[in-house]
Design a protein around this ligand. Sequence first.
Ligand SMILES: [Zn+2]
Length: 376
Amino acid sequence: MPVKRERFLRDFLELVQIPSPSGREGKVAQTVISRLTALGLSVAEDEAGKGFGGEQGNLFVTVPGTLDRPSLLLNAHLDTVVPCEGVHPIVEDDKVRSDGTTILGADNKAGVCVLVELLRVLQEDKVAHGPLEIVFTVGEETGLHGARHLDYQRLTAKVGFVFDSGPPVERVIVGAPSQKSLRAVVRGRAAHAGVSPEKGINAIVLASRAISRMPLGRIDHETTANIGVIRGGLATNIVPEEVILEGEARSHDPAKLERQVQTMVNLLRDESEIGGGRAEVMVWDVYRAFRIKESDLPCQVVRRALEQMGRTPQWEISGGGSDANIFNEHGIQTVILCCGEESPHSPVNERLDIPSALQSVELAKQIIVAFAQLTG
Ligand SMILES: [Zn+2]
């Protein structure tokens, strides 16, 4: 077994066995910090945890450049989805999986390990590079909290790469949609369902009339919408007074997103009023869309890096948001790259593809070289 594969796997297997649900990344952060300090690097932490009730802030490793170049941001996130307690990783040939009762956590511990391994390789191979700003974020999975509450004063990079996507290594995510979320409280009037139902206004009925008229699911090639939560009612003998709905919409086109959300809001309000009730609807921006062009620096850098590996980029658009949306909002042009994770968020199907993860380390190294060349 080649040395680097063995070292990467040892790192990865240790990390996935440390539970790190969003907001509870303290223990895994300590392990990552000890690996980085073993390389002679110093690690700083911001206050992002406090911003969303988490125990841990984002970690920052600033590696001074051996070349006078602009800074480059590299990122992975420390948290995982649940269930992540008691992960038993199983290595089978080129794959790692869990025993099926928990997630594996390759999303995104594979990304974390890619960046730690990259730092080792840069030292061992004495790679000339500009200044690096490596950030390990927290709270990504439950709402991009770490990136949102990140102390951007600490960063000077205008170009970033997030290692949080699946193989093959030439896949590059260059765009993601905007998302808005919605929470509605539909109010009717409570009454005894057997004694005086005519005095009641059934909030569940009001809500269901609105939902039944709502365009949901895949609206068009770049727009989706969902009502994901409905909660209400107390007992079968009470006409329900209140029901709460939670939903979302996403689109690569901000105007379409606006229209979709407005349709959802209007239906909830109108159907509630027609039925004698009332709906209070709250809508908020979760993240904003981004689209990096092939002529933009991040794409030029990846293209050159992949060419060094004898590969050509596959540009792709994602259907979901990630820390990259937030970095782009903050003026850091960021794309998302492979870290070897497969089928994330699924206890049964999630895998680490070991060869892809090792190729991602090589890609990260080639990106640093290409960035220094293209900005020199
Ligand atoms: Zn992720």
